[in-house]
Write a protein that binds this ligand. Structure first.
Ligand SMILES: [Zn+2]
Length: 456
């Protein structure tokens, strides 16, 4: 059996027409967006994501002025002119092509032109997406809708089709506009997990959202989180082990203000998504923009959730699962409780996910299992969970000897991991055999995809 190669990368081109200058803010915004999508895809495929090419954003200087790209081609319907012209010039200069053996291409061109569109291996987005992802769009000022738009077109470049009206909340339908609160369909999850663009991330912190037990604010390479005592905050980075300590000073309608006395600085964290601000003791009136990020609010929503009573009836628990989640849980060994589930992703790696707060992920390592229990350990929060192997009462301990009741859990999904593996292997084999057939199919789909992608 030939193993599937998973070495393709996403290659991003920032296309600058002759009359335009390269803008640092655009480059920065594209990087932020694509890295956020790496984490989003990782969350929604249960531990797989795409790789980025190096450097992450490359610049092409165009042969023509920006107007030319939109006006050359079809005079009556200019929608796809910019797309066609940018794609063919990139192909000439960088060798990009459909069904590319090495890359999925994302081209951002600083020229007017219809909408973003994507198809087999190539996504191309015009000026309004550049403005949008940088927070400069005159009408749609939230960057998240534009990152969602990139995620949608990138999905097409990964050969994902539209999900259809039966699943309008999917990122591959209208869900992109609500990014990050949208999902992948189960068939898209399966397709991406087997895609040559996607690799297994296992325990790599870079791709995991932090745990959102408390108020937190996440930016491109780290996050702020309110600690248990509800007074102190920490800032942590994905790339290093440095932890900065803050005290909460006050809250107003829009911001939470925290202070690091040792470094003589204060930070305002937006309660809703947006830009955080930094100020220093010397001049508290003078706040400077710090980071663009997501705010995860335990503040208001969390209280509502706690008050919401969910009945202890497994049938009702199951009804909270949508068909996607049910399919995923059936694929893995998993345990369902009233607000979420534990899922055995691979080897010793488990996740706990909560239904209501998206995306809350806690990670556990399987330490051992006997005939009755599976012992899971959370390294970051330093406690163990004893999971009953065929369902029942689970227990939690911080010292390994005193155990208290945690949740009643129901066992669903696969019992044996090997079963899972074999099935995947068979699937892969079939896929190899069907490869030629698929390629033909994809080529047929290709032309349709340009057509149907004009939903925004
Ligand atoms: Zn589309």
């Amino acid at each position: 059996m030939k193993p599937i190669k998973k070495t393709k990368t996403v290659r991003i081109i920032y296309f600058v027409p002759k009359d335009k200058k390269p803008e640092k803010k655009y480059k920065k915004a594209i990087k932020f967006g694509i890295k956020d999508l790496q984490k989003w895809y990782n969350y929604h495929t249960y531990g797989y994501t795409f790789r980025l090419n190096e450097p992450i954003v490359e610049i092409i200087k165009g042969d023509h002025e920006s107007k030319w790209y939109n006006e050359t081609g079809n005079k009556e319907n200019k929608t796809l002119n910019t797309w066609n012209n940018a794609v063919s010039e990139t192909s000439r200069k960088f060798g990009s092509k459909h069904y590319d053996d090495n890359y999925a291409w994302v081209i951002y061109i600083d020229a007017e032109g219809g909408t973003g569109a994507g198809t087999a291996s190539i996504a191309c987005l015009p000026e309004h997406d550049l403005l949008g992802i940088s927070g400069l769009h005159p009408k749609e000022t939230s960057i998240w809708r534009w990152i969602g738009g990139l995620g949608h077109e990138l999905g097409h470049a990964f050969f994902l089709p539209h999900s259809g009206e039966k699943d309008p909340e999917s990122i591959m339908m209208y869900g992109y506009a609500k990014y990050p609160n949208c999902h992948l369909t189960f068939s898209d999850i399966e397709r991406l997990r087997n895609s040559e663009f996607f690799f297994q991330t296992e325990n790599q912190n870079d791709f995991i959202y932090p745990s959102y037990l408390f108020d937190s604010y996440v930016y491109s390479d780290g996050f702020f989180v309110l600690l248990d005592d509800k007074l102190n905050w920490e800032e942590r980075k994905y790339t290093s082990n440095v932890v900065f300590k803050f005290e909460e000073v006050s809250r107003n309608e829009n911001y939470i203000i925290i202070k690091d006395p040792s470094r003589n600085l204060m930070i305002q964290i937006p309660k809703k998504n947006g830009v955080s601000l930094i100020g220093s003791n010397n001049n508290w009136q003078n706040w400077v923009s710090l980071k663009e990020g997501f705010s995860y609010k335990n503040w208001e929503d969390q209280k509502k959730l706690i008050d919401q009573k969910i009945p202890h009836d497994s049938l009702i628990w199951k009804s909270v699962l949508d068909s996607n989640q049910q399919n995923v849980l059936n694929l893995f060994e998993s345990f369902l409780y009233q607000n979420g589930y534990f899922i055995h992703l691979n080897s010793s790696f488990w996740q706990e996910r909560n239904f209501e707060i998206n995306p809350t992920v806690f990670r556990f390592q399987e330490i051992l299992r006997d005939q009755k229990y599976i012992l899971l350990f959370d390294h970051t929060r330093n406690f163990s969970i004893r999971m009953p192997i065929s369902g029942g009462d689970s227990f939690i301990s911080t010292d390994g000897s005193n155990w208290s009741f945690l949740y009643h859990v129901e066992k669903i999904g696969k019992i044996n991991e090997n079963e899972n593996l074999n099935q995947n292997q068979n699937q892969n084999e079939n896929e190899n055999q069907n490869q030629n057939q698929n390629q033909n199919q994809n080529q047929n789909q290709n032309q349709n995809q340009n057509e149907i992608c004009r939903i925004f």
